[in-house]
Design a protein around this ligand. Structure first.
Ligand SMILES: Cc1cc2nc3c(=O)[nH]c(=O)nc-3n(C[C@H](O)[C@H](O)[C@H](O)COP(=O)(O)O)c2cc1C
Length: 209
């Protein structure tokens, strides 16, 4: 048996956890044909190649009002924020793929994070879900900068939530020319950057399991 391999009867924690790694991918755009959603799909493909179980969601399925403290006081945290928080909690790592709007993250991404930080499950401190697992960040933009300023903003926001944000990140430049007609990344440099991001999120997620 090769080094590091496990027999079917091997139930050591490492053997179990290696098989069960789960990554959640969240695209930060609702738009049909979104470059961020396509990049999320390309990431899902790379995770699947590494035998990782991937959940790729759309925030369209978790609509949330703009955060309002009065609304929270009146009605509590919306169930969609609670469900998103629990979905993050059920995975070992998270990849957020964001567009860049006016040099920062879109309101959709910030508002979603804001609501999730307000979820307080029993026996947990508020925001604990961000501390327990690593986050990776990627952006896609038609511009040459590839959404790098949105990544800086997103890294700051997640770090302020005490998340571990892995050092590797991907800013996909010229996103309108980056995919082939099957929506796969076509440039070698982009593919390599994606592989590096995926590899590092897997490594850190396994370490933090
Ligand atoms: C309100 C708004 C602001 C934008 N600002 C930026 C920007 O600062 N930098 C950038 O690279 N692209 C900017 N764009 C272009 C987006 O990157 C582009 O629309 C992108 O396709 C959106 O992501 P999506 O394809 O995932 O929906 C902006 C687009 C909108 C609608």
């Amino acid at each position: 048996m090769p080094p590091g391999a496990h027999s079917p009867g091997d139930w050591s924690p490492n053997a179990f956890s290696m098989a069960a790694l789960k990554i959640l991918i969240i695209p930060g755009s609702l738009r049909n044909g979104s470059h961020s959603a396509k990049l999320a799909m390309a990431a899902a493909y790379e995770f699947a190649q590494a035998d990782v179980e991937v959940t790729r969601i759309s925030l369209a399925d978790f609509p949330l009002p703009i955060y309002d403290g009065d609304l929270q006081a009146r009605s509590g945290v919306p169930i969609n924020a609670v469900n998103l928080k629990r979905m993050i909690g059920a995975h070992h790592g998270v990849l957020i793929v964001t567009p860049e709007y006016n040099s920062s993250v879109p309101a959709l991404v910030k508002n979603t994070i804001d609501w999730i930080t307000r979820v307080q499950d029993p026996h947990e401190t508020r925001g604990q879900v961000f501390r327990d697992k690593p986050f990776a960040i990627a952006a896609a933009s038609q511009s040459r900068l590839g959404g790098i300023r949105a990544l800086a903003a997103l890294r700051l926001i997640l770090s302020a939530c005490h998340a571990t944000v892995i050092p590797n990140q991907l800013a996909l430049s010229f996103a309108d020319e980056a995919y082939d007609d099957m929506d796969r990344l076509k440039k070698e440099a982009d593919i390599e950057a994606m592989k590096g991001l995926v590899r590092q999120l897997i490594e850190v997620s396994q370490r933090m399991m």
